[in-house]
Design a protein around this ligand. Structure first.
Ligand code: NAD
Length: 435
């Protein structure tokens, strides 16, 4: 699957796929951002190419015996982008649109994200091209275990540590952990994170991403001299990240005036009550119909009069049109890759600061780091210790990015990528080139 293309007058550059210059390709997008950061740092071309190029790409066939008795074939990948700072870290997603370019791009994002929050990991990502909703529980377990078996030579507590991502959860992590433990002949809890507490998970993991987003939101408000209790917030997504955000931001005095899920969007000028919303959602399975809310077209969510916009659902949601119409004057990216290149340029042109995903939603990977550390120690931390360390790590990361942002005078996203690339470059140079 891996193809190689040459740039004129240049050495070979490894790219997962060739694409037309007009087609949006997440891999080309992320690598161009890394290359740009390398140039800002004055790194030599050879080092930039080394940092951009994924270290390992494994493609696996995943045969599954379906409940009908027939064999169905699926394809999966595990990619280690960079391991100069530590073992690879990154989720596994099950989705019909999964492809090698997407996984490669997400693995590079993970290299940057782990470096931005300064945890001792490199970047990795994996996935299977499959619609898990079409599988029975037994089929899903067999698919997961066969995939885990196939990528087992590449993963491990000191090599590469997967975690949940889109359509994978604590149960999928449990099956991967069990499959690898059976293969190795001993319990290997540190091979994945996002496990249930009963088999080596951690206290505090649920909601860690949202806590990190909240810390970044409060931190940017403080830097801009704005009061939390004067902020109106709109959130796209009411899932594992969006739902806890409603509570955490409200606790800090912010008013959630708009929210959307896959079924549509609502406007609540007086603010959403987190408890009432949680109860409504349990009953209705959607945010739509929240008492006292006005329904608005989904694409109008970000035009609701507000101060802070938080995309917490889809990649690519903030395109040029949405960015043009955005009412808020700050955006905090809870989702992964929610802003297109054009959307980002428009927000920058409108002087709307954006706390980028690689910083804002890194609470999840920091929580994974703590889970892995506890597995290696064989010692469960108390919730207070977990939260205290999570908050410290996120605050330090935000403070560092903000200080560099002031010096570099580029966007927070560009600053974060510069900081990430700088740390990866330092590790790469210190280690030297083998052999
Ligand atoms: P989730 O599946 O739990 O929730 C997704 C939410 O988005 C749901 O409310 C869904 O209805 C909504 N949604 C889906 N399509 C939509 C649409 N077209 N318009 C509006 N809303 C829509 O997912 P999650 O775990 O909350 O993840 C959300 C985002 O955050 C993703 O981009 C994910 O990659 C990112 N992220 C999650 C974590 C984590 O810890 N879960 C960590 C880092 C980043």
């Amino acid at each position: 699957m891996l193809s190689r293309t040459s740039k004129a007058g240049d050495n070979v550059v490894t790219r997962p796929h060739e694409v037309s210059p007009h087609e949006f390709n997440p891999w080309i997008h992320v690598t161009s951002l890394i290359e740009k950061a390398g140039h800002v740092l004055g790194l030599n071309e050879g080092l930039i190419k080394r940092i951009v190029t994924p270290e390992r790409i494994l493609e696996v066939a995943v045969p599954v015996r379906m409940d009908s008795g027939q064999i169905e074939m699926y394809h999966g990948w595990r990619i280690q982008h960079d391991t100069s700072r530590g073992p690879g870290k990154g989720g596994i997603r099950f989705h019909p649109s999964v492809n090698v370019d997407e996984i490669a791009a997400l693995s590079a994002d993970m290299s940057i994200k782990c470096a931005v929050v300064n945890i001792p990991y490199g970047g990795a990502k994996g996935g299977i091209k499959v619609d898990p909703a079409a599988l029975s529980r037994g089929e899903l377990e067999r698919l997961t275990r066969r995939y885990a078996f196939s990528i087992a030579p590449m993963i491990g507590p000191d090599r590469d540590i997967p975690a949940p991502d889109i359509n994978t959860d604590t149960q999928v992590m449990s099956w991967i952990m069990d499959t690898v433990s059976m293969l190795r002949g001993h319990n290997t809890p540190g091979v994945v994170t996002g496990k249930p507490l009963a088999i080596g998970g951690t206290l505090g993991h649920a909601g860690a991403t949202s806590l990190g987003v909240t810390i970044c939101t409060s931190a940017i408000l403080q830097r801009l001299g704005r009061l939390a209790n004067e902020q109106r917030v709109v959130i796209q997504g009411y899932g594992k990240v969006g739902a806890p955000l409603v509570k955490l931001l409200s606790e800090r005095g912010m008013k959630i005036v708009g929210i959307a899920d896959i079924r549509g969007a609502i406007h609540v000028p007086g603010g959403i009550n987190p408890l009432t919303m949680s109860e409504h959602y349990k009953e209705a399975g959607t945010v739509m119909g929240y008492p006292g809310s006005d329904e608005v077209p989904a694409e109008k969510l970000f035009t609701i009069p507000s101060d802070i916009a938080i995309p917490a659902a889809l990649g690519g949601a903030i395109d040029a049109e949405i960015a043009e119409g955005m009412a808020a004057s700050i955006m905090v990216e809870a989702a992964n890759g929610p802003t297109t290149g054009e959307g980002a340029a428009i927000l920058a042109g409108r002087n709307i600061p954006v706390v980028p995903d690689v910083l804002a939603n890194a609470g999840g990977v920091v929580a994974s780091y703590f889970e892995w550390a506890q597995d290696l120690q064989g010692y469960l931390w108390e919730t207070e210790l977990f939260q205290q360390r999570l908050e410290k790590t996120m605050h330090e990361a935000f403070n560092h990015i903000w200080a560099r942002h002031q010096q570099l005078e580029v966007t927070l996203r560009e600053t974060a990528i510069v900081v990430g690339v700088e740390r990866i470059a330092e590790a790469t140079e210190l280690r030297g080139l083998f052999p």
